[in-house]
Design a protein around this ligand. Structure first.
Ligand code: T3D
Length: 262
């Protein structure tokens, strides 16, 4: 696929995906939605990629749906809202189904679908001047892009309801205190911090990380019995990997393991 609004580059096993429409705070049109989805889906089949880093160009992470596209001038045909939302759904599923770790480097404001795209990532680190806004209510919409799924699980119902219903800005430090994100970094050090973390993840036993992600996904809806059964199945698969053999061998030889991702 030809990319117009998303930049991609692979280095040291890390695919960096940069939303690149800075003049509109990386707000997401259908083209960008499709490119993001393609980037995550193709990362799944690319063995050179062992971790993904998602960020935004310029001063924002992503301001959500491109409102110029969603609400074009009078007299022009508005797009199909159902199609737009289905596009976000497919994107979120691509992020969650990718059995490789995804780090979000939230470099500025993350609003609407942009906030919820960040929250769908595995490890979220925000710049100290970044913020999260469930902006939907301000324009009479309902949180989508997985917001009503991830937000209450991350911060609890009370905070999720106030964020959704009031649409206020939650600063990075508050988001960390609430357990919405993993950490906050000084803005000037965000990319160094997050790419270092993504590089470290890219040296880990990739298949085990993928199985962990599958288990965490399923834990959102499984019973304890179902989850224990799944853990046993995944452990059986992990124990068959080359990385498991290497991990045990390295332990016995009292050296650091070198994981190949196989
Ligand atoms: O079909 C559907 O629509 C359903 C799907 C919905 C998913 C959603 O994401 S709905 C929520 C959509 N997003 C929003 O409502 C957020 C809109 N943006 C804002 O509230 C503010 O821009 C921010 C709080 C994010 C940042 O404020 P600020 O003051 O830092 O920047 P700004 O001046 O408002 O924006 C800078 C430029 O970006 C500006 O353009 P200009 O005036 O310089 O030419 C602004 O229009 C543009 N921009 C910001 N957000 C969007 C946008 N353009 C298009 N769409 C946007 N979402």
């Amino acid at each position: 696929m030809e990319y117009q609004h998303v930049l991609r580059g692979v280095e040291a096993g890390v695919l960096t995906v940069t939303m690149n429409r800075p003049e509109v705070l990386n707000s997401c049109n259908r083209r960008m939605q499709g490119e993001l989805r393609d980037a995550f889906e193709s990362a799944g089949t690319d063995d050179s990629v062992r971790a993904v880093l998602l960020t935004g160009a310029g001063r924002a992470f992503c301001a959500g749906q491109d409102l110029a596209e969603a609400a074009p001038p009078a007299g022009t045909t508005p797009p199909d809202f159902g199609e737009i939302v289905r596009g976000y759904n497919a994107l979120i599923l691509a992020v969650r189904r990718l059995e490789k770790p995804v780090v979000a480097a939230v470099n500025g404001v993350a609003a609407g679908a942009g906030a919820n795209l960040a929250l769908a990532c595995d490890i979220v680190i925000a710049a100290d001047n970044a913020s999260f806004i469930q902006a939907f209510v301000k324009i009479g919409l309902v949180p989508d892009t997985g917001g009503t799924f991830f937000l209450p699980r991350l911060v609890g119902l009370a905070r999720a309801a106030s964020m959704a219903m009031l649409g206020g800005k939650v600063q990075a430090a508050q988001a960390k205190e609430w357990g919405m994100i993993h950490d906050v970094a000084p803005a000037a050090a965000l990319m160094e911090t997050t790419s270092g973390l993504a590089r470290e993840l890219a040296t880990q036993p990739t298949r085990a990380l993928g199985f962990m992600k599958r288990a965490l996904n399923e834990s959102m809806t499984n019973s304890l019995e179902e989850q224990l059964k799944l853990e046993a199945e995944l452990q059986r698969l992990a124990a068959r990997t080359a990385d498991y053999k290497e991990g045990v061998k390295a332990f016995q030889e009292k050296r650091a393991p070198t994981f190949s991702g196989r």
